[in-house]
Design a protein around this ligand. Structure first.
Ligand code: OSB
Ligand code: MG
Length: 372
């Protein structure tokens, strides 16, 4: 594979509805897209770093220069045969997983298009449809949350996840369970509790949740094992799992019973597959997390979710829940039974609307092999 150019673009896309987690509310996304040109095909990747360093230390303003000064030059100078080679090439740069994933995934994307193969097959997937859940942020009122849940259930989604934080937790769960006693329900705390709140967290057990996602510190695994021993509800780790060694450690010490895989958080498809494999070895289910992606990242999440171990519905939902108009064609649609069918088309099966991307672009920079 001869990689001729790497292009970074920042696009702005307002969300249809704001999204609020324990660390803040976002109304509009600044999305960093990466494209690579190689042997006459173009591969796309999305950097899922946020507008702020609140979910993890990375944000859009660290990703851009990290790609510009380190990762893109490494890719343009290196001998890359496939997406699999990228992780080694980027290893000298510590962390910056979301920046690395954007580039690595663009290479996988290009490789799939070049080989006229579906990306999901290249990744080793087997599922012909994937199960979808939704992540619903903190709302202005519990009534607004119930309305949202009602809409998503009517659309067919198979699992409802609600964001929680101290002050927006047991009170809303009571209201949800009073109305829907049996739905598949989980919560995501995004690290908003501490271990001295174990008595409070034990009260979540009454609501028969599928899981509680990342209750404690974003950079902590051991104390989650202490918490998991003290509560019945299965813990799912998100922020804490940065790579497959974290996953192995967490499962060995019993820090969680489920793992959320986000390809950006772990640094690309290669590492995401490794996390998946570790979980499989431990007999633990994984599911695909979301980062409010545009169609580029969404298409990649769908491909990843076809791997066998993705046994629980992911935060992979329809484009229209986020965007008035997505940058892919067709948009991601979810069927009435809460699934997305997997296409046999080459690449992701979704085409990038380059005209629309161009219209939404607020900054753009291209790096070429000959400039280095
Ligand atoms: O913790 O899963 C999370 C969005 C931004 C940052 C962190 C998280 C989320 C979500 C959104 O839950 C999932 C989605 O893309 O719908
Ligand atoms: Mg989460």
């Amino acid at each position: 594979m001869k990689i001729e150019a790497v292009t970074l673009r920042e696009i702005h896309m307002p969300l249809v509805h704001f999204f609020e987690t324990s660390f803040g509310r976002v109304h509009s996304r600044r999305i960093l897209l990466v494209s690579i040109d190689a042997d006459g095909v173009r591969g796309w990747g999305e950097c899922v770093a946020g507008e702020d360093p609140f979910y993890s230390p990375e944000w859009i303003e660290t990703a851009w220069p990290t790609i510009k000064h380190y990762l893109a030059p490494a890719l343009l100078q290196g001998e890359v045969q496939s997406g699999r080679d990228c992780a080694t090439l980027f290893a000298r740069v510590r962390s910056h997983h979301m920046a690395k994933a954007a580039l690595e995934n663009a290479v996988w994307d290009a490789e799939a298009r070049q080989q006229q193969q579906p990306l999901w097959k290249l990744l080793g997937g087997s599922r012909r449809e994937i199960a979808c859940g939704v992540s619903i942020g903190i709302q202005d009122s519990p009534e607004q949350l119930l309305e949202k849940i009602e809409t998503e259930l009517a659309a067919g989604y198979r699992r409802i996840k609600v964001k929680v934080k101290p002050g927006w937790d047991l009170n809303v769960l009571e209201k949800i369970r009073a109305r829907w006693a049996d739905i598949l329900l989980s919560v995501d705390a995004n690290s908003s509790y501490t271990l001295d709140q174990v008595e409070h967290l034990r009260k979540f057990d009454a609501f028969k949740l599928l899981m509680i996602e990342q209750p404690l510190w974003n950079d902590e695994i051991y104390l989650h094992a202490r918490l998991q021993k003290a509560i019945q509800t299965a813990i799912c780790l998100d922020e804490s799992i940065r790579h497959s060694r974290d996953a192995d450690f967490a499962l060995e010490i019993g820090a969680c019973r489920i793992i959320n895989i986000k390809v950006g958080r772990v640094g690309g498809f290669t590492e995401a597959k490794k996390v998946h494999d570790v979980a499989q070895r431990h007999g633990v289910p994984v599911w695909c997390g979301g980062m409010l992606e545009s169609g580029v990242g969404r298409g990649h999440n769908i491909a990843l979710s076809t791997l066998e171990g993705f046994r629980l519905p992911g935060d992979v939902s329809a484009s229209k829940r986020y965007w008035k108009e997505d940058i892919i064609e067709p948009e991601v649609e979810v069927r009435a039974d809460g699934t997305i069918p997997i296409s046999d088309a080459p690449g992701t099966g979704y085409q990038i609307r380059e005209d629309l991307v161009k219209k939404l672009t607020v900054r753009e920079e291209t790096f070429r092999a000959r400039d280095i």
